[in-house]
Design a protein around this ligand. Sequence first.
Ligand code: AMP
Length: 203
Amino acid sequence: MYTFHLGRGGTRNTTVLTKGNLMQTISNEDKNIILNSIRDIPDFPKPGIVFKDISTLLSNAKALNTLMTHLEERYKSYDLDFIAGIDARGFIFGSILADRLGLGFVTIRKKGKLPYTTVAEKYSLEYGFDEVEVHIDAFGDKKNARVLLIDDLIATGGTATAAASLINKVGAECVEACFVMELDFLKGRDGIDAPVYSVLHID
Ligand code: AMP
């Protein structure tokens, strides 16, 4: 792996070159802009959970732009066909990114929300159980469509593991699962059958 700096004084974003693949990493300065825009809500939705509230990231124009520009830079060289977002906060980041990259956006929704024929997968949350679904024809006719999965946060990884599995079940390929935040101590990434990238890591 070869690392070199772009821009002024080496303090800005860094490009990492791996086997001909250009992947944009993020500066600590930009990470802090995003991190400082996210609010912790203790004991929501139940005692013991610290809820990471991204509504304050969304309403902060600088933080949102910093995040989306980083994701655009990272994923523009991935040769993606679709972005798939997880219900509901993954829809926000996913659809912005899809538009920036000139791609279509696919919704992976909680059970009972999609009107056409679906494929479903059960999963466990940090605080309960749920089921996600995707339309059987969500990725069109193309075989092995290259799909980036995105959500705001990975905790136990149950939701994203189910979502990545759905993408594969309907004949597409989950090339990476991307999160704004990862709760590292829960090791949620271990169960996902795809590479995982998180912008922020929470110990
Ligand atoms: P998990 O399946 O345990 O990885 O949970 C991930 C999903 O639950 C994501 O869609 C998150 O939006 C939501 N979630 C889980 N834990 C939290 C948390 N502490 N703060 C905010 N959202 C959370």
